[in-house]
Design a protein around this ligand. Structure first.
Ligand code: ADP
Length: 397
């Protein structure tokens, strides 16, 4: 079975064609600048990279181009579209409407439409991607795989904000969480690596990238996560503030003469590591600046580490114990100083890193970085959200 995974953004579209028998990626690529001048497709297959510069007025044109590459004599990996058994679409927000991977039908698309207000930057793009695929691959089975559905198992006392309960019921304002496919993937891989069933394990998964979130996973089910109604909440991130007192946000809007929308844009794009350091949102730049003595880069990193440490502690309490901590995503996989910082001073809780193992060179495989006598295993596991989308799609069919 071959599954095409689609991750559509407002002006971009990423794809992978995965052979489910071997879970091998047969081809992958990105369409950029959809709907704006200078369209471009970068397609990787058969050990080569193919670049096509072509105007892509909309997502339908983009997906048509992708399909023509997939069946092309040189760049292609299949002989016809019939070889694609199904398409799995990444969708960010499911609201409370969908709690699991769902088949794309006229009816489910109708239910998906109103959820755009929960993720205005992401869901409308996913809808464009789905509609484009439906237009050029008529009759093909398709699934929507949600970033939020792994978090649907959170108990009510964890996902609710303490606002008027009637307002929660009316407006569905609550914590949803994000990065669910990643938390699901790495917690499952951790269980495999440890030779245990997910039901036997209490795991904290740290997805630390440009956007970061931490989840508590009890027996394979998410019981809490740091992101909230939107991905703005939780630990400070590349450009997002993370948790902030709402009253402080309103105060900043007044002082800086920003509308609410401008204030949100500010908190999403100009704060976090970038805002504190004044250097960059990128952890490589921050680590280099800190090494050169830049104190605001040091401060940004310290704030990030401290916030992550507090959530790890909180989730140990929420889980009532801990077997394993997993680090994943760009920062989690590549920044030993951040991992060491988060877990420093946690020996009393049975967490002990092996400093030499923590400095391993990332080779894309799983690394155990805890000391031999650490009660809690610490693993670094490369995430693979596309594979989760493909697996979920295959399972649905
Ligand atoms: P996104 O949330 O956009 O998917 P990523 O998971 O790719 O982000 O993470 C981006 C962050 O990871 C950046 O801050 C970057 O510094 C860091 N990062 C990514 N790759 C590396 C690497 N090879 N070495 C060090 N840091 C890396």
């Amino acid at each position: 079975m071959k599954i095409l995974v689609i991750n559509a953004g407002s002006s971009s579209l990423k794809y992978q064609l995965i052979d489910m028998e071997t879970e091998e990626v047969l081809a992958k690529g990105t369409c950029e600048r959809i709907g704006i001048p200078g369209g471009k497709l970068t397609h990787k297959a058969n050990g080569q990279t193919f670049v096509i510069e072509k105007e892509l007025p909309d997502h339908t044109e983009a997906i048509s181009l992708v399909l023509s590459e997939l069946v092309d004599g040189t760049a292609g990996v299949i002989s016809s579209m019939d070889e694609i058994d199904a398409v799995g679409h990444r969708v960010v927000a499911s609201g409370e409407t969908f709690t699991e991977t769902t088949l794309v039908t006229d009816e489910t698309m109708e239910k998906l439409a109103p959820l755009s207000e929960l993720a205005p930057l992401h869901n409308p793009a996913a809808i464009l991607g789905i509609n484009a695929c439906r237009a050029v691959m008529k009759g093909k089975k398709m699934a929507m795989v949600f970033d939020t559905s792994f978090h649907a198992t959170m108990p009510d006392y964890a996902y609710l904000y303490a606002v008027d309960y009637d307002d929660y019921k009316r407006y569905k304002v609550r914590k949803y969480g994000f990065h669910g496919t990643s938390h699901k993937f790495v917690s499952g891989e951790a269980a495999n690596y440890l030779g245990k069933r997910p039901e036997e394990l209490k795991i904290i998964t740290c997805h630390l990238g440009n956007g970061s979130s931490i989840s508590a996973v009890d027996g394979g089910k998410c019981i809490d996560t740091t992101m909230g109604f939107t991905p703005l909440a939780g630990v400070p991130m590349g450009t997002r503030s993370g948790d902030i007192d709402c009253a402080a946000a309103e105060f900043l809007c007044r002082k800086k003469g920003m509308t609410q929308a401008e204030g949100l844009d500010y908190l999403n794009k100009k704060c976090g590591m970038l805002g504190i350091s004044g250097v960059s949102s990128d952890f490589r730049d921050l680590t280099a600046a800190k090494a050169e003595g830049n104190d605001r880069a040091r401060l940004a990193l310290d704030m990030f580490i401290y916030s992550c440490k507090k959530y790890v502690g909180a989730y140990m309490a929420a889980l009532g114990g801990l077997d394993c901590i997993v680090f994943t995503a760009g920062v989690g996989e590549n920044t030993p100083s951040v991992r060491a910082g988060i877990l420093s001073g946690m020996e009393a809780f049975g967490i002990r890193l092996d400093p030499a193992k923590n400095e391993y060179k990332n080779d894309g495989s799983i690394h155990e970085i805890s000391a031999a006598d650490s009660k809690v295993k610490v693993l670094v596991i490369p995430t693979n959200e596309e594979l989760v989308i493909a697996r979920e799609t295959a399972a649905l069919l």
